[in-house]
Write a new protein. Structure first.
Length: 211
């Protein structure tokens, strides 16, 4: 689970940087989307990414069930433990929110771009920048995506450093450093994704005012 989590962390960083390109140049963003269309390397990458998500999700539920079976009917007497973050106690719930947001995101973007190209329906294919402009002109979608990003932030604040701890790439000195770094990284990811949503929403307001 830790290895798949670190793999997904790298993907999140790549995806965030890719999305930020749309803020500076929609043409550049569309070129990236075209490069990552239904080409063989993009399809292979999509399959590997899907496998990484699947492994991470399956292990999350399996480990949760293992923990509950080990405790049996006995639950923790103290739920507010010093030094234990809220995110670490609610990783499964946060993971479910992240998963639901991912399914929505796949429908809004992957299904209408790469999948449309795979099945060969030219009328269904929409440019990435057009999707961003249409989707985030809707304030409801903006709120949903920002909530999703917040869940990812909480998930990363615990998952990032604990993944390194689980695979043994840490010690007493580096554990504290990685815990602080996890907040920096999670905030960087949140701000990067949220900036795209806010940018296109503000852009839609400006266009509406000019019209």
């Amino acid at each position: 689970m830790s290895i798949s989590g670190l793999f997904l962390v790298i993907f999140l960083l790549f995806h965030m940087v890719m999305n930020l390109a749309a803020v500076f140049s929609t043409r550049a963003y569309d070129m990236i989307c075209e490069y990552l269309g239904a080409n063989w390397y993009a399809l292979v990458g999509t399959l590997i990414l899907a496998l990484g998500f699947l492994v991470h999700i399956v292990y999350a539920f399996w480990l949760t069930l293992q923990n509950r079976r080990a405790r049996g009917t006995q639950r923790y007497a103290v739920t507010d433990q010093p030094g234990v973050s809220w995110a670490s106690r609610n990783m499964l719930v946060l993971g479910i929110i992240v998963l639901l947001g991912l399914l929505l995101h796949l429908y809004n973007f992957w299904y209408r771009m790469q999948w449309a190209e795979i099945v060969g329906d030219p009328h269904a294919i929409i440019q990435g920048s057009v999707l961003l402009e249409e989707l985030f002109a809707n304030p409801l979608y903006c709120i949903v995506y920002l909530v999703w990003f917040a869940a990812i932030w909480f998930h990363l604040t615990h998952g990032f450093w604990s993944a390194f701890q689980t695979v043994g790439w840490t010690n007493k000195i580096w554990l504290a450093r990685l815990q602080r770094l996890s907040y920096v990284f999670a905030t960087l990811i949140f701000v990067g994704f949220a900036a795209v949503v806010v940018w296109f929403y503000v852009l839609s307001l400006c266009q509406g005012a000019c019209a």
